[in-house]
Design a protein around this ligand. Structure first.
Ligand code: BT5
Length: 244
């Protein structure tokens, strides 16, 4: 069964769609829906880093999901990334790569970042919902990006030369998330293979920032962890920042 997330909340300007979604949940509004903003004044990534979210040029959205409807919580961020890759590919032909755990790159430049947040039910204190935050640079020109990220960030328009209304991509991505994250009976093993095929890190030596050392990445586990070589033994890395 495919659950289509039809209900949308469109906002002109908000600090962060993820924060807005979390706030709704904390206030007891448990509707599963999608929050979409034209602009974020305080869009953020991991560890309090900023996600640059200027007016109209990008997609800034958060999907509110009940934990019960998510097939594989461990792979959630990767599956959201895969949804962006497969959705974008239908409009903007390019090679979409996943830089573990949450960046999508085209031609070595970041065009999308994902930030998932798990929310506890206030009474049971158990995880009850997930907020899946997706930010995509769609129609930005190079000079639109602030100088500090101009060399690492890009947009679909810059990389493919295609200009398209961003709502077209929004719908494609949401359809893909329905298929990859929420539909039951779909093959997770197949999705994991697709994630691995797009991985920028498998088979490469990467620097793991929080451990301050380099590892050879051997694989990605079925739980979305990196499997790295640690003195000829496999070691799992659950989360972290890697430098290629
Ligand atoms: C991410 O974090 O890339 C996750 C971004 C998630 C954004 C979405 S938008 C909707 C929802 N609401 C939110 O508030 N967040 C989510 P991280 O891996 O920590 O990467 C942050 C780093 O990416 C920054 O330190 C910059 O180097 C770079 N960066 C910032 N803005 C960017 C942009 N627009 N495009 C590409 N790179 C960017």
């Amino acid at each position: 069964m495919i659950i289509l997330r039809k209900e949308r909340i469109y906002l002109e300007k908000i600090s962060s769609t993820n924060d807005y979604a979390a706030e709704l949940l904390y206030n007891g509004d448990k509707n599963t829906r999608v929050i979409i903003a034209s602009e974020q004044t305080c869009g953020h990534g991991r560890l309090g880093r900023k996600f640059y979210s200027p007016k109209d040029t990008g997609i800034y959205m958060s999907i509110i999901a009940d934990i019960e409807e998510i097939k594989n919580l461990n792979l959630l961020t990767s599956l959201a990334g895969l949804s962006v890759c497969e959705g974008a590919e239908e409009i903007y032909p390019a090679e979409y790569k996943i830089k573990w755990p949450n960046d999508i790159l085209v031609n070595g430049k970041k065009i999308c970042g994902i930030l998932t947040k798990l929310i506890n039910d206030t009474s049971s204190q158990k995880i009850s919902h997930a907020v899946i935050g997706i930010g995509v640079n769609v129609n930005n020109d190079k000079e639109d990006f602030p100088e500090d990220i101009r060399d690492i960030a890009s947009s679909l328009k810059i990389e493919t030369g295609i200009y398209e209304n961003k709502s077209v991509l929004t719908e494609k991505i949401l359809n893909k998330t329905d298929e990859l994250i929420f539909s039951s009976g779909k093959n997770d093993a197949e999705a994991l293979e697709k994630i691995k095929k797009r991985s920028l890190v498998i088979g490469r030596k990467v620097f793991v920032k929080n451990e301050n050392r380099e590892y050879l990445v051997k694989d990605i586990s079925e739980n979305g962890e990196l499997i790295v070589d640690d003195a000829d033994k496999n070691k799992l890395i659950f989360t972290g920042e890697i430098i290629l």
